[in-house]
Design a protein around this ligand. Sequence first.
Ligand SMILES: [Zn+2]
Length: 163
Amino acid sequence: MRFLADEMLKKTARWLRLIGFDTLYLEKLSDAAVLEKALMEERVLLTRDEELAKQAGKLGAAVLLLPQQGIVEDLGKILSAYGLTPAFPEKTRCPECNGALLDVKLEEIEGEVPEGSRESSKRFWKCSSCGKVYWEGAHWKNIKRLLDQIDEHVPEAKGQNVA
Ligand SMILES: [Zn+2]
């Protein structure tokens, strides 16, 4: 399952990458170019634009219309629509560029990690595309917290039964 997020969904796109989903985000594309890209790459178009969603539907592109809501609602809706489970950090992609992350040893990237994080982190990653380095930093807790919120919002997102 791969996604193409429209221009209004930058934050949603970053979060989708973080929780493991291949998500394209391109700014300043015309609607026609967005639709062509979604069709060519067989990506689900995520959009807040009703008109664009209608056009996508007419062209036979997969599309999910997201009402103007928060990030928890966006992600909950996407996960439940396609029966997906977040795969953080196993399949996390680079939130900056959507590149795949490679497990790396601290020795390989030591200079790029702040001293305080070198010992507190057990795992390190490097983007195979833009080279950005990631570790279990302060964001880690925020990501976990958001995933918990999504779980509460959409219990079926993790395949649990709803009482
Ligand atoms: Zn990257």
